[in-house]
Structures are given as C-alpha cells and as structure tokens.
Design a binder for this molecule. Structure first.
Ligand SMILES: Nc1ncnc2c1ncn2[C@@H]1O[C@H](COP(=O)(O)OP(=O)(O)OP(=O)(O)O)[C@@H](O)[C@H]1O
Ligand SMILES: O=P(O)(O)OC[C@H]1O[C@H](OP(=O)(O)OP(=O)(O)O)[C@H](O)[C@@H]1O
Ligand SMILES: [Mg+2]
Length: 283
C-alpha cells in the first residue's frame, strides 16, 4: 500500500482530489478521518496541513505527497520532486509600496521585509549580497507595510489583486511555483511499482487536458481544403456520411488551436462542428 499525503483543506485540496478522482482512485468517504484507504487502488490518503507534507514524505511517514513547490522549497526536506502537476500556479515575489521609486535590489538593503518564507528569502538575499531584516509572519503578509510592520513583503502572488488592494507593486519574482508530486527517496520496489502506475494515470489525465475531440461534416469536394486547415498532429479519421457526397471528419485538437482555426474551417466548408471533452489520453 502506497501512502500519499495531501492537504486536508485549503487552496490545494480541491484540485488534488479532482486529480485523484480523474486517475480513477475512489476513496471510501469517511469524512473527518485523517487516513482513508482507496477502494480500488493500493493507496491510502493521509490528510495534513500543507506545512507538514514535505517532512512527512522525507521522513517516510508518507511515501509521496502533493504540495506547493513554494512550501517544499521553504521546508528544505530531503525528498524528490517527481512531477509538476500544473495546478495552483503562483509565484513568490518581493513587493513594495506602489509609490516607491524602484531601481533594483539595492532598494531592500537595510529594509524590513515581512514574509512567511524566511528560508527562501534569506538564501536569495545572501546570494545577492543584500542585507535586510526578515520579519516572519504566518498570514496576511500584504498588510504589513500598510500598518508600519515592514517596508516590503515577500509572498505568494497569483493574479496580483491582493497586492493592488494593499497598494503594493511586485518588483522581483523569485520562485515560480505550482503543485508538485514529491516522493520519499527510499521507496521499496513494491511501492515504486504502485507509484509508476499512479504516475502513468496522472500523465494520461494531463495529456488529455486542453485537448478536444472535434467532429464535423464536410462535402467531399471541400475535404482537401478542410484537411489543410487542420494541424497535422496525426491524420484525422474520415468516414462517409449516409448522405451522398459528404464525409465526417474526426480529429483531436488543442482547445486554443480550435479557436484559432474555427473560422477557417467554416470558410473551408465544414458544417455541424461538434467539440467534445476528452477525459484521458494514453500516448
Ligand atoms: N492565490 C493563489 N493562487 C494559486 N495558488 C496559490 C494561491 N495561494 C496559495 N497558493 C498555493 O496553494 C498552497 C496552499 O495554500 P493555502 O492558502 O491553502 O495554504 P495554507 O493556508 O498554508 O494551508 P494549510 O492550512 O494546509 O497550512 C500554497 O502553498 C501555494 O502553493
Ligand atoms: O495575487 P492574488 O490572486 O491576489 O493571490 C495572492 C494571495 O492568495 C493567497 O492568499 P489566500 O487568498 O489563499 O488567503 P490567505 O491569506 O488566507 O492565505 C496568498 O497568500 C496571497 O495573499
Ligand atoms: Mg500552510
């Protein structure tokens, strides 16, 4: 049985649960239980605060875990990053009051910076030879400059709206983060085998993301024109329709690509275009 540590509630929880579900892992729904075995896969899920996930994996309390890369880097625990998971994307940035004139990192010399990430910040400042005063607070970091607690902050930024509403501006991006799958360094062969199967499933889910299956009807005379518009990843399927002189064309496209070529497809003579979600894709 492989044990995976995931966040019990918070920003990572929903996407993590969705990923496990899409990978076909069904949990027996024992709410308020901290350790739940899957019903159909040799895995059990341990629910923790995200701060405790890196250590639980490094120490072997859990075999693998899902946590923000920011948190993993901050905790400096000895485990491997096995996979980027593509959700909870954010960055750790330095931000200062918006009316300050900013010319470069020297601005921070001798200033007080509030953060929940003292480890990452101090190694960054050391590397750059900047001496600043790091003030650790565990939440609501963005209000620190406004209430006179610090001159600047180092915190998570995503859309940037929290910075704006606290009259701050982002001046340096130090770490790009997203949810990552981490693993203990000494897994047994049995556990490695289960992990491989899990990663295989995660990759099938990821491959299908942003991909659409599209079907359209095309007069045979226009087939060549339509096929020219479709990007040639793999050759499309072409089947005759019951109606003489028409064919049905099926292919897989990136969603973004679809919006770029939709008008060209119509001009080329495609009709009745259907776009379907793809759940999994094994390449
Ligand atoms: N605004 C955001 N946009 C995208 N990802 C974010 C955002 N805020 C946080 N994250 C990511 O989600 C992770 C968890 O955030 P959350 O706010 O749930 O943490 P927390 O309050 O420390 O939770 P816990 O109670 O488990 O300790 C962060 O470490 C970061 O990787
Ligand atoms: O750039 P933005 O899109 O505004 O996101 C950044 C904010 O999101 C997170 O806080 P969250 O909303 O999770 O609340 P918290 O302060 O309770 O952690 C993070 O701590 C930032 O404050
Ligand atoms: Mg936390």
């Amino acid at each position: 049985m492989l044990r995976i540590a995931i966040q019990s509630k918070g920003r990572l929880y929903e996407d993590t649960m969705e990923l496990l579900t899409e990978a076909g892992i069904k949990l027996s729904s024992a709410k308020r239980t901290l350790l739940i075995p899957a019903r159909n896969f040799p895995i059990e899920v341990l629910f923790l605060r995200d701060d405790d996930i890196p250590d639980s994996v490094a120490s072997g309390v859990a075999d693998i875990g899902i946590v923000g890369k920011n948190e993993f880097l901050e905790k400096q625990k000895d485990a491997d990053i096995l996979k980027n998971l593509g959700f909870s994307k954010c960055r750790l940035s330095l931000a200062i009051p918006k009316d300050e004139d900013y010319q470069g990192l020297e601005w921070f010399s001798g200033r007080k910076i509030a953060t929940s990430y003292p480890g990452i910040l101090s190694s960054f400042l050391n590397e750059k030879g900047i001496k600043a005063d790091i003030h650790v607070i565990t939440g609501s970091v963005e209000i620190a400059p406004g209430i006179g607690l610090a001159d600047a902050i180092f915190d998570i930024v995503s859309s940037g709206s929290t910075l704006v509403s606290n009259r701050l501006k982002e001046v340096e991006v130090i770490v790009e983060s997203q949810a990552v799958l981490i693993g203990n360094k000494n897994l047994s062969e049995d556990k490695k085998e289960i992990l491989e199967e899990l990663i295989f499933r995660i990759e099938a889910v990821q491959a299908a993301e942003d991909k659409k299956y599209i079907l359209m009807n095309v007069p045979n005379n226009n087939l060549e024109e339509v096929l020219n518009v479709l990007p040639g990843i793999k050759s499309p399927t072409i089947m005759p329709l019951a109606q003489e002189g028409w064919s049905s064309v099926h292919t897989v496209l990136n969603e973004k690509c679809f919006w770029e070529i939709i008008n060209k497809l119509k001009t080329a003579g495609a009709e009745g275009i259907l776009v379907l979600n793809i759940e999994k894709m094994v390449l």
